[in-house]
Ligand binder design. Structure first.
Ligand SMILES: Cc1cc2nc3c(=O)[nH]c(=O)nc-3n(C[C@H](O)[C@H](O)[C@H](O)COP(=O)(O)OP(=O)(O)OC[C@H]3O[C@@H](n4cnc5c(N)ncnc54)[C@H](O)[C@@H]3O)c2cc1C
Length: 459
């Protein structure tokens, strides 16, 4: 029988890799995990967590303004960017430490090194130039920001990676992209008082989300002062005496202290040696895997963003867990990629689960849309002109709720709970028979009586 150095070698200690390592070790497997940067991966170190901390920071300016309507007279508020970055770094260091301890406590061996694949059962630790053999290899290397290679002056731009460590807050920023990272960072910078322009090649922000939310979000962020340029892309970035100058293809000339590109992320497969083992990649350079996260090479699996399925932390974690259960736990478990709730921590926030109206119309012959738009109670006194939008999509034949979309404060929190009801195949009648919780915004979800639109195919 062939002897391997370890049962499992994991490349990448991010969301997926760490979960897979801990669970596999728990089943008694000998596990080695290589990390080239910081344990915790994108989400903890330079993604979800620091991003959300920045979102909180950026909301205070409006809170101070809103307080006046409630009788407060706040003093003059000032903001110190370097204190925020330092506080965020302290928290990220704490989480990084917890991830390292949890991994080591599980029995997995952590190696601080880049790892590359040599063959289906061998990995090279670059830092030590050492070969390690493994019965299974798990590729959990995540993804990396993509910046168009032929953009003139691309080296002057930053990605989300650098945005977390800027030495000073610019006075003006150009954010390029229309996905959730671009929209969230535009909101962060705008909230912190930076004059913000968002440039997006498409006609509407946030592809993949419900059209009403996309349109309303744009209106709301424009009201807050973000300049949104759609149908336009960056042509060049150049250095000037005062900072940078971004030019767009439509002829806009935008002075800026920073230009942040958030036009997508690419799977981290470059230079990983996957070709040495014959692992197949798709057109986007993602590892092609089956429902059990197994590649075409039986000993090599991949989870998380490197497979470009649904690029979110909870999904990477679930995939890592299911992999360990399947390969080391004697249970064949695949991950259900349907009905995954999503949030955009824009201002106002978005929460979304299930089908968009467009998708529901493509799937069902009869769709009822229940939609409401209202001013949140808090803004009756604050005077802020901001709308909350809620939308339920119902398959009229079965009465099942097939989509829920919310734009407004705490939308993510609400949609996490609604996602459970959709998984349970709740009907509109179930929503209607649930007592309202008053006074909340969420009560609108159980009090929308009449459809705003009834779509009927062929009739
Ligand atoms: C700005 C931003 C905000 C985000 N916000 C959210 C959010 O709010 N909610 C959400 O669910 N998701 C969010 N995401 C997405 C989320 O971060 C990812 O989906 C998640 O981290 C993917 O986990 P992963 O395990 O696939 O990869 P990662 O967490 O990226 O981990 C991969 C690890 O592999 C390491 N690595 C790569 N190559 C090698 C190598 N050859 N050798 C050794 N180590 C290697 C990397 O250094 C990294 O630590 C955000 C992402 C970004 C960039």
């Amino acid at each position: 029988m062939t002897q391997f150095d370890v049962d499992l070698f994991i490349i990448g200690a991010g969301s997926g890799g760490v979960r897979a390592g801990r669970i596999a070790a728990g089943y008694g497997a000998s596990v080695m995990v290589a990390e080239e940067y910081r344990v915790g991966g994108t989400c903890v170190i330079r993604g979800c967590v620091p991003k959300k901390l920045f979102v909180y920071a950026s909301r205070f300016a409006e809170e101070f303004e809103d307080a006046v309507g409630f009788g407060w007279t706040p003093g003059e508020a000032t903001f110190d960017w370097s204190r925020l970055v330092a506080a965020k770094d302290t928290e990220i260091d704490r989480l990084n430490g917890i991830y390292i301890r949890n991994l080591e406590r599980s029995g997995a061996k952590l190696v601080q090194s880049r790892a590359v694949i040599v063959d289906p059962h061998t990995v090279r630790l670059v830092a030590e130039d050492r070969l390690v053999t493994a019965k299974y290899i798990l590729v959990a290397t995540g993804a990396t920001p993509y910046i168009e290679p032929d953009l003139a002056g691309r080296e002057l731009a930053i990605s989300s990676n650098e945005a977390f460590h800027l030495e000073r807050l610019p006075k003006q920023i150009v954010v390029v992209g229309g996905g959730f990272i671009a929209v969230e960072f535009a909101g962060i910078f705008n909230g912190l008082g930076v004059e913000t322009t968002l440039v997006h090649r498409g006609d509407a922000l946030l592809r993949g989300f419900d059209a009403d939310l996309r349109r309303t979000l744009r209106e709301e962020i424009e009201k807050k002062g973000i300049r949104v340029l759609t149908g336009d892309t960056l042509a060049s970035i150049e250095k000037t005496a005062d900072g940078l100058l971004a030019r767009t293809r439509n002829g806009e000339v935008l002075p800026a202290g920073e230009v942040m590109i958030a036009t997508g992320r690419v799977p981290n497969t470059q230079g990983l040696g996957l070709e040495n083992a014959g692992v197949q990649l798709d057109g986007a350079k993602a590892v092609i895997v089956d429902e059990f996260s197994q590649s075409n090479v039986p000993s090599i699996y991949a989870v998380g963003d490197v497979t470009n399925r649904v690029n979110l932390t909870p999904v990477a974690i679930r995939e890592g867990h299911a992999f360990a259960d399947t390969v080391f736990g004697g249970k064949r478990i695949s991950v259900d990629h349907l009905g995954i709730p999503k949030a955009v921590f824009s201002q106002p926030e978005i929460g979304s689960v299930g089908l968009t109206e467009e998708e529901a119309l493509a799937e069902f012959a009869a769709v009822d849309v229940y939609q409401t738009s209202f001013r949140p109670m808090k803004h009756t006194l604050s005077g802020r002109n901001e709308k909350t939008l809620m939308k339920l999509l119902v398959d009229a034949d079965s009465d099942r709720v097939v989509g829920c979309h919310i734009l407004g404060p705490d939308a993510g929190e609400m949609v996490q709970i609604v996602a459970i009801t959709l998984k349970m195949r709740a009907t509109k009648a179930d929503f209607d028979s649930t007592m309202a919780l008053h006074p909340t915004a969420a009560e609108e979800l159980v009090t929308m009586r009449e459809p705003s639109v009834r779509h009927r195919r062929n009739g």
